[in-house]
Write a protein that binds this ligand. Structure first.
Ligand SMILES: *Cc1c(COP(=O)(O)O)cnc(C)c1O
Length: 480
């Protein structure tokens, strides 16, 4: 069902409310959230739909709890009863361990503007209303926090990986339960998964079907079935992996050709930067995600000369494809894209670095299926989950990642590589330096040799292919 406002009877401003997902203007944002939470509840009522459970993903829909309270109070319940009923049937999933990622107001005048007619219906005064969503009771500043509202009015709360659950119970939200020890803060975790058939390459699906039988998709949670992965023929697996990489290269060339032909101000360097010099036979690394700064897209440029030596080795070249967008308000994120782009345009990289614009799901599919290695180097522990790594893993793409989010659970020592260790840092520069060095060491000493060392008999990289089989078998049963 789609809730939207683009109807002729609405005012021109209101018609635009649902045009954009990420709106920076706080007044438009609070309006969207009122529409989603309160309007959404009223729409369900009109449709005669009575949900058993209300699941809020992040705080964006948290106003629904207020509307539920209001309806219960109107039906004669006391506030205490209403809160009990609402909390018992609300679920809240938090997705971000980064405080700035949370949705809150100030500007508090917006809360006054839009809710001064509403809090009376809840039998509350201004202070009582603001208390519902205040980060800390002893805090003088007035903040209306959407996740706090959701946390207070849900009895079941979870993060999206084990480590993210721990971070949520600790530094992130322990302040709401000051009487409790960190381990007793009532936020659990359910590790994210990804939908197999939406992200699996057709050729890999066919390979699984031939290997495990027609009904394989109904047994993906069975580790026993996955043991059969050893039966897959190395030559066939290598050929499929190569096919997927060639498809990715073709995709990039087609895009570059289209841009070149349809935009006569497009400078040649931009065409080179969009991947036309890549070769499918070279070890190819993918890095594609939102350009939030904690994801450190620029980490691999920490020691530019060392990186250049690695990627331009004529016998064992390494190619890196970057893709992603920054949030429209995230200036540091945009600067990070510029930094990556400068490196991509630097001719000394020999065309081994690529940046793809307009990252979307279609591109994500080509990338997570086509590259050899999926790179993820967030500043631990800020990556709540990192689901793109799961998409890569199911296609036999090896993860090379900081032990954060899902990879802290998914890594088993042989199904990819870890960057850095589980040290907790207060000095962020020291963390960046240690992680960058770990990244270069592993890339240089383990990943590149493993990829380029082939059996002399059949020319196949047997040890690499063994890892490819391991990553398929190790991730699918758990992260779905
Ligand atoms: C999977 C996916 C993401 C999430 O990736 P992360 O690993 O969590 O950063 C983001 N954008 C698109 C288009 C995706 O397909």
């Amino acid at each position: 069902m789609l809730l939207h406002t683009d109807l002729p009877e609405n005012s021109p401003q209101d018609r635009q409310l649902t045009d954009k997902l990420y709106i920076s203007d706080p007044e438009l944002r609070i309006s969207q959230e009122i529409l989603l939470g309160i309007g959404g509840m009223r729409a369900l009522d009109r449709l005669g739909i009575k949900p058993t459970i209300y699941h809020m993903n992040e705080g964006h829909s948290a106003f629904l709890s207020l509307e539920r309270l209001r309806q219960l109070l109107a039906s004669g319940k006391t506030m205490e009863e209403a809160k009990e009923i609402v909390s018992a049937s609300n679920i809240f999933t938090t997705h971000t361990p980064v405080p700035a990622g949370n949705d809150e107001f100030p500007p508090i005048w917006l809360v006054d503007k839009y809710f001064s007619n509403y809090w009376g219906e809840l039998g509350l005064d201004r202070e009582g209303f603001l208390d519902l969503a205040k980060v800390r009771n002893d805090w003088a500043d007035e903040v209306f926090s959407m996740p706090v509202l959701a946390l207070r009015l849900s009895n079941y709360r979870n993060g999206v990986s084990k480590l993210h659950g721990k971070v949520s119970r600790g530094g992130m939200w322990q302040g709401l339960w000051q009487d409790k020890a960190e381990d007793d803060v009532p936020i659990s975790s359910v590790t994210n998964g990804v939908h197999t058939l939406s992200w699996l390459a057709r050729r890999i699906a066919e390979l699984y079907k031939r290997t495990f039988g027609l009904d394989w998709i109904n047994h993906i949670d069975d580790p026993k079935m996955w043991e059969g992965i050893e039966r897959i023929d190395d030559a066939e697996l290598w050929q499929i992996r190569f096919h997927l990489k060639r498809k990715l290269v073709n995709y990039m060339v087609t895009r570059a050709r289209y841009q070149w032909a349809n935009n006569n101000v497009h400078p040649p360097v931009q065409t080179v930067a969009s991947g036309v010099l890549l070769e499918p036979s070279a070890l190819t690394i993918g890095f594609a995600r939102r350009f939030a700064t904690y994801k450190r897209a620029n980490l691999i440029f920490h020691d530019w000369d060392r990186l250049l030596r690695i990627i331009t080795n004529p016998k064992k070249p390494v190619q890196i494809i970057f893709a992603g967008k920054a949030h429209p308000n995230d200036e540091p994120g945009k600067r990070m894209i510029q930094e990556v782009y400068r490196a991509v345009k630097d001719a000394r990289n020999g065309g081994r670095l690529v940046f793809l614009e307009d990252y979307d799901m279609d591109m994500a599919r080509y990338l997570t299926q086509g590259v050899d290695v999926w790179l993820n180097n967030p500043r631990r522990p800020r990556e709540a989950s990192g689901t793109s790594g799961m998409k890569a893993a199911m296609n036999g793409v090896l993860n090379f990642s900081v032990l954060d989010g899902w990879w802290a659970e998914g890594y088993n020592g042989v199904n990819g590589w870890a960057i850095g260790d589980e040290t907790e840092y207060t000095d962020l520069d020291a963390q960046d330096k240690a992680d960058a060095n770990s990244l270069y060491d592993t890339l240089e000493n383990e990943i590149v040799p493993l990829y380029y060392t082939k059996r002399s008999a059949d020319g196949l990289p047997a040890d690499w292919l063994q890892r490819v089989k391991t990553v398929c078998a190790a991730s699918r049963p758990h992260f779905r």
